[in-house]
Design a protein. Structure first.
Length: 340
């Protein structure tokens, strides 16, 4: 008998830690964690097993399928935006080929279990691509289908994987003699910049916001790689984790689309600096824009429209721009470095 599990890839990443803890609190599921690095002890304790391995390793995925009945997949593993620009071919290999491997695993499991397998996929505002800041400032909150012309490999990867997931869910092998459905119940969220008080920034192009806070708490100077007017949407990591759990729990008949925006607040980099200085008055935060990285941020929307998520599955953020700093980030990050 194969043991029924929920598979979480990228389990050691920023979102993986919180998601595994959230799934454990939710209860009723056994969690199988997969990552290139084993998760920390506090996270591993919530899992029935942790596997150190690569989503590109087909033999490993076959082993998982032989030992476990995978009921749901939370596919968090990815090569993030900044690093992906240095190794675009590797990024494509990890982000696209790895996702395709897991979609095939989900389809095979759906056939074996004779029921749909949910596939939760975190996408990104990097899937958007606006031509310049003037356009960005004039278009208002973007819906999911607008300006899907990303300028980064990471954004291209995420957008293509959204389409792959939609294909598996709705059009899989549509010309085959036996055009049975794939059984993959693909659901995706386009996340804005995610800010965590628990884990360190890990190479995302939106990480200028959490980097400011962590540097201030450590008493280290920080030179921000975008200018004061740079603006993109952000949300608390805890809200992001709650969003993906809400989407996973939503009945399929309530969903009107496969990819959803979510958002919370949209500050400028100067707004973030002001918030940080109010908590850490001696912080040394300056602006030294890196033209190339700043251009990527300017290609992402200042705001997104998340009305479908609110209407279809009850999305609503817990933290706004003020409360994320006063109630979440500052006290937790301050405690982190005081006790380090």
């Amino acid at each position: 008998m194969r043991r029924s599990v929920v598979l979480v890839t990228g389990a050691s990443g920023e979102m993986g830690h919180g998601l595994i803890e959230g799934l454990a609190r939710q209860g009723g599921v056994d969690i199988l964690a997969l990552d290139l690095q084993r998760p920390i002890k506090e996270v591993a304790e919530h899992c029935i097993a942790t596997l150190k391995g690569d989503i590109l390793d087909k033999a490993l995925l076959e082993r998982i399928a032989s030992e476990y009945a995978v009921q749901e997949i939370y596919h968090l593993a990815a090569l993030l935006s900044t690093r992906a620009e240095y190794t675009p071919e590797m990024a494509h290999h990890v982000n696209v080929d790895g996702t395709l491997n897991l979609l095939k695993l989900a389809s095979e499991e759906a056939r074996r279990l004779n029921k749909p397998v949910k596939f939760l996929f975190p996408s990104s505002i990097a899937a958007y691509g606006l031509p310049d800041r003037a356009t960005k400032e004039s278009v208002g909150p973007l819906k999911e289908h607008k300006y899907n012309t990303p300028t980064t490999m990471y954004g291209c990867n995420k957008l293509y994987c959204e389409h792959l997931g939609r294909y598996f869910a709705l059009h899989y092998k549509q010309l085959a003699e036996s055009s049975a459905k794939s059984g993959v119940d693909f659901r995706s969220i386009r996340f804005p910049g995610l800010i965590s008080a628990v884990t360190l920034p890990a190479g995302g192009t939106s990480d200028f916001a959490p980097e400011m806070v962590h540097a201030a708490a450590k008493g280290e100077p920080y030179a921000c790689f975008v200018d004061e007017g740079a603006k993109i949407p952000f949300m608390a990591m805890s809200d992001g984790i709650r969003a993906i759990q809400l989407l996973a729990q939503a009945p399929s008949e309530a969903l009107t689309q496969r990819v959803y925006n979510v958002t919370s607040f949209s500050p400028t980099a100067a707004d973030i600096r002001t918030r940080v200085l109010s908590a850490f008055p001696n912080a040394q935060i300056t602006f030294a824009p890196d033209a190339r990285r700043a251009a990527i941020v300017d290609s992402w929307p200042a705001e997104v429209d998340d009305e479908p998520a609110r209407a279809d599955w009850g999305w609503l953020p817990e933290y706004d721009e003020k409360s994320i700093f006063t109630d979440y980030l500052v006290p937790r990050i301050r405690e982190r470095y005081q006790t380090a």
